[in-house]
Design a protein around this ligand. Structure first.
Ligand code: NAG
Ligand code: NAG
Length: 328
């Protein structure tokens, strides 16, 4: 039997249900039953600018007016003034579990400024749309669209300074998952880029492996955190063995088809996802894929390399990425 309530009480009852938390990832993103999403990003967002510390200029370009998909381009202005050859092109995808961070997040913006200066590349950081407002596969479509925009060479920086015969695709965490997706798409079209760089790649699976079998207090994530991310960002999924999340699952497209010449996989020794990256590089070697794969494990947890500048491990890892890309 319903008790009579004042209209004020009814509001309170409704708002309690609306305020139920239905998703919480390490308190960085909270989603309420009402659909409200709150993000607690660790850094602020910054506009593009000329960075005098690195001599790198940046600009944002909207590449699709109907979705507002945009990219941030980085030009090593001091380098292009001194060269008469064209620079390799690096397309970068930030991490954040497909639901956090932007190309404009301060730590990614800093990272791209430094990487661009060190590598002497033109870099393009893709601001793909995020879940849950835009669940997967939106991020994959945006990323592919952005990649095609880059290689179409329509932008004046890319046209004037970019060597579109020498393209690298790089990313960390969810961004590295996107790198894998693009590698397969290219392969299906019979196309190859020079190299793929996957830092702390976000892959997972139903069967737990390696460090996932023991709870480690030093990792920022727990198994239960990672477990719930994919079904949240990809509502149409078959689960954690979805081949887009577990490229090693039964029936996943063969890694043999990866469209590139070289792959670098980098992981941190404290990262809960470390054995997924290791397994990926091992399976890639075993697949008979005709390319070179490098696997590197360094000190640190998920996202350790973003501690650059000022951290030796992160700096050494950036040097590794640069030498991988500059190797002939
Ligand atoms: C821009 O986005 C719309 C909506 O998703 C899509 O239909 C269109 O193909 C996109 N444009 C390009 C050039 O990919
Ligand atoms: C650099 O990062 C590593 C891994 O996260 C950490 O163990 C180390 O203490 C850091 N070093 C400095 C100088 O901050």
């Amino acid at each position: 039997m319903r008790l009579a309530m004042s209209s004020n009480d009814t509001d309170t009852a409704a708002s309690v249900a609306e305020d139920d938390i239905i998703f919480d990832l390490i308190s960085m993103i909270i989603v309420y039953r009402s659909g409200r999403v709150e993000r607690f990003e660790p850094t602020e967002f910054v506009p593009p600018s000329f960075d005098s510390a690195t001599g790198v200029d940046s600009k944002d370009v909207v590449i699709n007016s109907s979705t507002s998909l945009s990219v941030r381009l980085y030009l090593p202005a001091s380098a292009v003034a001194k060269t008469d050859y064209k620079l390799p092109v690096l397309v970068f995808f930030h991490g954040g579990g497909f639901c956090l961070h932007r190309a404009s997040s301060l730590h990614y913006h800093n990272y791209l400024n430094h990487l661009t200066a060190k590598a002497k590349f033109i870099s393009i950081s893709v601001d793909y749309r995020l879940a849950p407002e835009h669940p997967l596969p939106v991020a994959y479509y945006d990323s592919w669209e952005a990649f095609r925009w880059v290689i179409s060479g329509r932008d004046d920086w890319l046209l004037r300074y970019g060597d579109l015969g020498k393209v690298f695709i790089a990313g960390d965490s969810a961004g590295a998952n996107i790198v894998h997706d693009l590698g397969l798409r290219l392969g299906r079209l019979g196309k190859k880029v020079e190299g793929l760089v996957m830092m702390n790649p976000y892959f997972w699976g139903n069967e737990k492996i390696g460090v996932e079998l023991k709870e480690r207090s030093e990792s920022m994530f727990k198994v239960s955190d990672v477990e719930k991310v994919w079904p949240f960002i990809c509502p149409g999924t078959t689960g954690n063995d979805d081949p887009r999340l577990n490229p090693m699952a039964e029936g996943a497209p063969s890694l043999l088809g990866l469209g590139c010449h070289r792959v670098l996989v980098g992981v941190g020794d404290k990262d809960l996802l470390l054995d997924r990256g290791r397994l990926y590089s091992e399976k890639l070697k075993e697949s008979g894929w005709a390319g070179e794969v490098e696997f590197v494990k360094v000190e640190g947890d998920h996202g350790f390399f973003l501690a650059y500048p000022g951290n030796e491990t992160a700096e050494a890892f950036m040097d590794r990425v640069v030498s991988f890309c500059n190797k002939d």
